[in-house]
Design a protein around this ligand. Structure first.
Ligand code: SAH
Length: 361
């Protein structure tokens, strides 16, 4: 499975699209926005006074309301700061990055409205697509003042090698052998190092990066915090194997290219790579129920887990359909919705977000 070919959020604006099922990710963006705002103000205040253009990038921007919301909020923050300080006008160059198969068309189609919005009261803001993997160079050297990324860097560049023994699991799971955890962690370290190396070329000295990564709070790699949501999806797939709907061999060869790091693991890689100084590192939590749309907007909502299952479907459907075929998808997510409802009624499960702010040396 080539990640670059199969990893993408569900395109379009239909019922099962990412655009329509990313409220949980939006809540994470909102929760961490004050951190990003403080960082971008810091960059603005320390910018060379002769600089007329601030360049920023959202890495793993996806497609949907979250994409433009982030950049709009950041640009607005600078305009408000500028109004207060009365300093000269500033133009913005905004790069929206994602993998080439991301639905950039939907973003660009919605742009005319938002450019006007940014134009009225704000100021010139030029938005550009930057398709490609953030595990490679994306921008010219020393051009970026600010890099933002939310819920993207837990995606790896590939499924780790050497995890053929991860039977019955689709990620790290409670029955995964230690060698599987090691393989996932090694892949994360290598990918995150490559990411930092590439960005260290592109970010100007004094530029900031604010990254929020779906991760863990616990430093224990076998903690359920990072993998619970996927373990429940694996339960569904195993159920379908036992009913003969999915071939066992198919299940055994499916693993997701993701790693949910702890704050300590993120810190270690930044320090080892050495191009950035860490300004802050914190963990926040978001309830699984943050994906809930409420009855009024979603009349067919059957149970507590339905909206979260739809949210996970928008994230995982292209990958699952590529491996198992389209025909099982509805069945998988019907079952997943029931399991999620059951767990959410009995427990209080959460996602853990690791947010790091760093400054380029
Ligand atoms: N930031 C958005 C989207 C998060 S979904 C939000 O918070 O709502 C994660 C996004 O990261 C997906 O669109 C996925 O395609 C993208 N992504 C994953 N790996 C990537 C890579 N190597 N390079 C660029 N984008 C990547």
């Amino acid at each position: 499975m080539e990640v670059i070919e199969v990893l993408r959020m569900k395109e379009g604006t239909g019922q099962t699209s990412y655009a329509n099922n990313s409220l949980l990710q939006k809540q994470v963006i909102n929760m961490t926005m004050p951190i990003a705002q403080a960082a971008i103000i810091n960059v603005y205040c320390n910018m060379n006074p002769t600089t007329r253009t601030m360049c920023m990038a959202d890495l793993g921007c996806s497609s949907g309301p979250n994409t433009l919301f982030v950049m709009y909020e950041l640009v607005r923050t600078i305009y408000e700061t500028r109004d207060k300080s009365g300093s000269q006008s500033l133009e913005f160059q905004v790069y929206l990055n994602d993998l080439p198969k991301n639905d950039f068309n939907t973003i660009f189609k919605s742009l005319s409205g938002s450019i006007e919005k940014m134009g009225t009261g704000l100021g010139p803001c030029f938005i550009m697509g930057a398709p490609g993997s953030f595990y490679g160079r994306l921008f010219p050297s020393k051009t970026l003042h600010f890099v933002y990324s939310s819920y993207s860097l837990m995606w790896l560049s590939q499924v780790p090698k050497g995890i053929e023994n991860n039977k019955g699991n689709i990620y790290i799971g409670s029955t995964s052998p230690p060698s599987v955890i090691d393989a996932y962690y090694r892949q994360f370290k290598s990918d995150f190092n490559t990411f930092l190396n590439c960005r260290s070329e592109e970010v100007l000295s004094g530029g900031n990066m604010v990254l929020t990564i779906l991760g863990r709070e616990s430093e224990d790699q076998s903690s359920r915090e990072g993998y619970y949501i996927w373990e429940l999806l694996a339960m569904v797939l195993n159920q379908m194997v036992s009913e003969g709907i999915i071939e066992e061999g198919k299940m055994d060869t499916f693993n997701i290219p993701q790693y949910t790091p702890s704050p300590g693991e993120v810190k270690l890689e930044v320090e080892k790579e050495g191009s950035f100084i860490i300004n802050s590192l914190e963990v926040s939590q978001v309830d699984w129920s943050a994906s809930a749309k409420g009855f009024s907007t979603n009349p067919i909502r059957e149970n507590e887990g339905y909206d979260l299952a739809e949210c996970m479907r928008a994230v995982a459907e292209p990958m699952l359909a590529n491996h198992f075929g389209e025909s099982i998808i509805d069945n998988v997510f019907r079952r997943y919705s029931d399991i999620l409802s059951d767990r959410m009624a009995k427990e209080d499960p959460k996602f853990y977000n690791v947010t790091i702010v760093m400054v380029k040396k």
